[in-house]
Design a protein around this ligand. Structure first.
Ligand code: SF4
Ligand code: SF4
Length: 275
């Protein structure tokens, strides 16, 4: 962990004695080797208005973060809520990464270290974490979610009401065309942001998106109808799943005009941002 001067150590949520022991051991060893260590509750469950994020943002020097979710999820959370880019992120629940976490500890003591723990009450949460390096602000998640979790703000889409997200629902992660939505506690590695995985848009979810929003598929030009399935052997649009040789609708000029008008109105209401 050369060059890193602060360590953020995020505890697990719960009372797993082995995890607590590992956290305590790491904190002790890191401070013994001269690091400033801030211990917080589980990073994902920290309330977004909490002072903890300001304390994290104020940590001196380069930052390493150790916690119990994927490194990508921790990096995205820190960028989103503390405006900090960590130089190292280690998932303590990944056995292969324990060595990296332990390697973060040793090193010649070049000054007194310090450990401080923020003892905040937290409870379990479930909400989407956006990966800004992938998000194009296309707004598909915002248009898809029925629970008002997202809003467009300037040139960004933001999870403004994260706790309105339905527990265990990762639907918008399947809809996002760019794999930009992470649910760090998901059992599905790609949705949890596990290294080496990336959520690919799910055809069934993309189809739900077109059904729910009434938007015309840009690939086949059709509107998807709820419940419609291609018959066995019938070709389907790879984007929206509509039967490829459905007789209905080459998009009419009138439909295209209406679509263009709706897009223009969307742009107006969002301050000129285009989908
Ligand atoms: S659907 Fe994905 S890329 Fe589009 S705004 Fe939402 S998070 Fe960003
Ligand atoms: S997971 Fe479901 S409820 Fe949560 S933000 Fe996405 S679509 Fe909305």
């Amino acid at each position: 962990m050369a060059g890193s001067s602060s360590v953020l150590l995020c505890r697990h949520l719960g009372s797993d004695a082995a995890r607590t022991s590992l956290e305590d051991d790491l904190a002790r060893r890191l401070s013994n080797s001269g690091h400033t260590v801030l211990i917080t509750p589980h990073l994902y469950h920290l309330p977004h208005g909490s002072d903890a994020w300001r304390e994290i943002a104020a940590l001196p020097g380069d930052l390493a973060v150790l916690g119990w979710i994927s490194p990508r999820a921790m990096e995205c959370l820190l960028r989103e809520y503390a405006d900090v880019q960590p130089t190292l992120a280690v998932d303590l629940s990944a056995p292969d990464d324990h060595s990296a976490a332990v390697e973060a500890a040793p090193g010649p003591a070049d000054g007194p270290g310090a450990v401080r723990e923020l003892d905040l009450p937290v409870s379990a949460r479930w909400y989407p974490v956006l990966d800004r390096s992938r998000c194009t602000a296309c707004r598909h998640c915002l248009q898809f979610c029925l629970f008002g979790v997202y809003e467009a703000q300037e040139q960004r889409v933001v999870a403004v009401r994260p706790d309105s997200c339905k527990d265990g629902c990762p639907a918008c992660a399947r809809v996002c065309p760019h794999g930009a939505i992470i649910f760090p506690l998901s059992d599905e590695p790609a949705i949890a942001g596990t290294p080496g995985t990336l959520m690919q848009p799910d055809a069934a979810a993309r189809r739900m998106y077109y059904v729910r929003t009434g938007r015309r598929c840009p690939v086949c030009g059709r509107t998807a109808e709820a419940g419609e399935q291609p018959t066995p052997g019938q070709a389907a649009c790879e984007e929206c799943g509509a039967a490829a040789d459905r007789p209905d609708e080459a998009p009419s000029a009138v439909h295209e005009e209406i679509d263009a008008l709706i897009s223009a109105l969307d742009d107006l209401t969002s301050g000129g941002e285009s989908e």
